[in-house]
Design a protein around this ligand. Structure first.
Ligand code: HSE
Length: 309
């Protein structure tokens, strides 16, 4: 096998209370990439379609993660990367991590899978850091593992897979404005109050318990963020209107997807998700900002091969 095509999915990081540690994988949006083995050594990005991104390997998140793995593996071949980008950079649904994950996952398959998903997470984090100027894996881990993931620690890197209740659906609205993750991180406070810390870690614990026990009410009561959302929501026009429309129409909870501007809602059942999608769509038309909105199952598989030659 010398060439593979793959689908690298979008993801929702933070999931309200779990800043930098929690995430889940979407299934209706993602990038496609082709990874090809070459006789000539080194990493080359040969095609980028969809968005204007750098071809220089050292400046491209897919290139940087590929280089990190290449330098560790020292293979007797090189790789070409083609990127068919569908996830808009700066949209808040893991655009950079989809690229970062795609290159290392593809190279790993072509090399006979020498690395575990946790090791691939570590390589992909090097690429993600180019985009966000900080190392975190809360988008990368769900893209690689699928479902819900909790990044328990970075040193040593430990990723936990959390069960996904079967009737859980996500609604994601993407207002067409760009928020750079690096900017959205700069506005966060260095310190938080003990009171807020207690509320936040209580919600993380209970959200994980709710996911393990299929307790949708507990999931709903846990999808709250008193640490990050009060700051970042100010960057998203109409955030409170989206949240109100979603909760009034039965969403379990609504929060900022990653660093925004996308906003996610989790819903029990596809019919509730459709109702929430319609309500948000109607409300957001008043903002006069173009937007995309979609309903997605939770993608339990994560990144996947589309074909191999
Ligand atoms: N946890 C990250 C953040 C996700 O919210 O800044 C975006 O990369």
């Amino acid at each position: 096998m010398n060439e593979i095509k793959l689908f690298s999915p979008a993801t929702v990081a933070n999931v309200s209370c779990g800043f930098d540690v929690l995430g889940f994988c979407l299934d209706s949006i993602g990038d496609e990439m082709v990874i090809r083995k070459t006789v000539e050594k080194g990493i080359r990005i040969t095609k980028i379609e969809g968005y204007d991104l750098p071809f220089e390997v050292e400046k491209n998140v897919a290139g940087v993660s590929a280089l990190a793995m290449y330098e560790a593996a020292k293979p007797d071949c090189g790789f070409e990367i083609e990127i068919y980008k569908h996830i808009k950079p700066g949209s808040g649904v893991g655009s950079s991590s989809a690229s970062a994950v795609g290159s290392v996952y593809g190279m790993n398959v072509l090399l006979g899978n020498p690395y575990s998903k946790t090791e691939l997470t570590a390589f992909a984090m090097k690429g993600e850091a180019v985009a966000s100027q900080s190392e975190h894996a809360d988008n990368i881990a769900p893209a690689l593992f699928g479902g819900f993931t909790l990044v328990k620690s970075l040193e040593p890197l430990e990723v936990l897979q959390i069960p996904t209740p079967s009737d859980l659906f996500a609604v994601v609205i993407h207002p067409q404005i760009e928020i750079k993750t690096s900017d959205a991180r700069k506005i966060l406070p260095e310190h938080i109050s003990l009171k807020n810390a207690i509320t936040q870690w209580s919600n993380v614990g209970s959200l994980i318990h709710g996911l393990h026990t299929n307790d949708y009410d507990l999931i709903s009561r846990s999808l709250k963020d008193v640490v990050v959302e009060p700051f970042r929501s100010q960057l998203i026009p109409g955030f409170e209107d989206i949240k109100k429309a979603a909760l009034e129409n039965g969403a379990l909870g609504t929060g900022i997807s990653g660093s925004g501007p996308s906003v996610f809602s989790l819903c029990k059942s596809d019919s509730t998700a459709e109702k929430v999608e319609k309500a948000i769509r109607e409300t957001y038309q008043n903002q006069h900002i173009p937007f995309e909105i979609y309903v997605s199952k939770i993608n339990l598989d994560g990144i996947k091969l589309l074909n191999e030659n």
